[in-house]
Design a protein around this ligand. Sequence first.
Ligand code: NAD
Length: 424
Amino acid sequence: MTTLDISAVQAPQNVWAMAQEQLDDVARLIGLNESIHGFLREPKRILEVSVPVRMDNGVFRMFKGYRVQHNISRGPSKGGIRFHPDVTLEEVKALAMWMTWKCALVNIPFGGGKGGVICDPKSMSEMELENLTRRFTTEISIIIGPEKDIPAPDVYTTPQIMAWIMDTFSMQHGYSIPGVVTGKPIAIGGSLGRDKATARGCLYVVDEALKSLGLPIEGATVAIQGFGNAGLHAAELMSARGYRIVAVSDSRGGVVNSRGLDVNGVMAHKAETGSVVGFTGGDQISNRELLETECTVLVPAALEKVITEENAPRIKAKVIAEAANGPTMPQADRILFDRGIMVLPDILANAGGVTVSYFEWVQDLQENFWEEDEINERLQRKMVRAFREAQEQANRHGIDMRQGAYAVAVSRVAEATKLRGLYP
Ligand code: NAD
């Protein structure tokens, strides 16, 4: 995730309040026990660290970092580490809570965690980034570990950074501990299929959504905003599956062709020029126009808060699959629901990434690595089941898929919390 536009990751200041409100809404819906509701409203543990880093010019600079563990009732906490100038404790708390729900929805034995360091990795050298990563890992090493809390990549953190985390933690213990972090390069215990897992999981739930709506997959049209890890692989996998990709975009703009874009051609153009803009097999469009393109499936795979009260009435897709985190504003959700548009929420549509991270952790602990086909089959089973369970809740309560997914996830965490009881 090295190319994300800075504007793509800015969260609203009240993002933690928003996360708590989402929980409050679903708590009312499922009649959540008041004590458990109060328990789930707060993170279990917050660690704030100061990270001194030797810069290339010889001076030490202090950075601030966080690791938050929201809940560990169902297993060790799991969640990425973000390196970004706009990281705040409030944002890390919200992201950690969302990880709890995402892991519970796809039913993997993890709680939720998240980490972040306030820094601008784009302005740092490779050596400075390595120094920062190794010292941050040391500072949070008192609470992470394969059986406690397992970080992963997030915005502006890469497989190379995961390799430094793994090495630092291993050096401190005197032997290799690959299970401390996921999203690693294959050569040191990474999993096959992890690079495309988010997009593949998204494909599987879109397939299910179309089937449930009685729409054919072959020839269904797709518009994708964002052409990075999630968006590019979604275009590639969906095109191979028989979908017709009619529009794609990146931070510089988009390209549209109602007869279908040549996805390999767009990928080659992006690799050569750094953007999808200028690809000659279609007409140029803006990112705003892309969202309103005539299509069966819209895949926001870039930014937060792009589907708003203002543009929701003009969206023509029948299904929206949130590969990005938080692309739809709450007011837009209501409009889309009233218009009969099915929104596959982020905790479902992009859960393929954490699911294959779980597979990576299992393979590391067993020291037994699976074939890619096996990984994809297991991923498909998890994604399809999560879709059906969320839809069952949505249908039962007459609510949208986001609330349906939350109902499944929060109920699971609540059940584990209740069964374990309160210590001491
Ligand atoms: P990335 O950095 O690989 O790609 C981001 C893409 O968005 C790039 O093509 C960039 O050009 C585009 N973009 C940036 N600003 C834009 C703008 N203003 N308008 C349109 N496009 C713009 O990032 P990614 O890993 O693909 O992540 C994208 C989203 O998916 C994020 O919300 C991320 O949290 C979410 N996500 C990713 C994963 C994963 O495994 N990669 C997992 C879960 C969620």
